[in-house]
Write a protein that binds this ligand. Structure first.
Ligand code: MG
Ligand code: ZN
Length: 217
């Protein structure tokens, strides 16, 4: 019974995801679904990306959090339009929520839409939002066991951003092991090392993002 209900929810989600995907392709928008555990630095990474690419890419953001519009405010302060979804307890975003949120953003004036999913490495990976690209952020202080423990998220990533790389010397984190584990799950995904705080590696991420944007146009 539980399995059937879950299938029904996912089928309904898939229909809305299909509609979102059609909208993105018609509008020439690259949509990014950004997934990570809480505290990996997604919002900081996005704010820096928005500022550094201000003259090159027009980015709009849909924020997903259980409570508060803190992150949408941070994104607006960085200079991009943002719409906050408060899920009131739900631990992932659904395609229908994105479909509704798109009406709140100036899509005709944007090149890229980033969806910052609810901080959670478990179920967001099961919900297609209609995105063109999936980004998973793993921060160094979280530990190097995450790809093995949450294979569903890492196996579907187009790029894994290993964030807070500037902290590598202060914590126990075997970067080579993480890369091997991700490769095993996901042979084609890109792995980039970045620090949104110091700026280290961010140019590689921007390059990757701009190439993806060109491919989607
Ligand atoms: Mg956030
Ligand atoms: Zn969930």
């Amino acid at each position: 019974m539980k399995v059937m209900l879950r299938k029904k929810i996912l089928d309904k989600n898939e229909q809305a995801a299909l509609q979102n995907r059609g909208f993105f392709s018609k509008s020439g928008l690259l949509c990014i679904n950004m997934i990570s555990s809480p505290g990996s630095g997604k919002t900081t990474l996005l704010a820096r990306t928005i500022q550094d690419l201000a003259s090159k890419l027009r980015i709009g953001v849909i924020e997903g959090d259980i409570k508060t519009d803190t992150d949408a405010r941070k994104i607006r302060a960085a200079g991009a339009p943002a719409f906050q979804i408060e899920t009131e307890g739900a631990c992932h975003l659904s395609a229908q929520q994105i479909k509704d949120a798109l009406k709140e953003l100036p899509c005709a004036k944007l090149d890229v839409i980033v969806i910052e999913n609810v901080g959670n490495l478990v179920c967001p990976s099961d919900f297609d939002l209609g995105e063109g690209v999936r980004v998973v952020v793993l921060s160094v202080p979280e530990g190097d066991d995450k790809p093995r423990k949450y294979p569903g998220s890492f196996s579907k990533a187009d790029v894994v951003l290993v964030n807070k790389i500037d902290l590598l010397e202060h914590v126990e984190f075997d970067l080579d092991k993480v890369k091997r584990d991700i490769r095993r799950l996901n042979p084609d995904g890109e792995i980039l090392q970045v620090s949104a705080r110091t700026g280290q590696g961010m140019q590689d991420w921007y390059q990757w993002l701009r190439e993806r944007k060109e491919q989607s146009a």
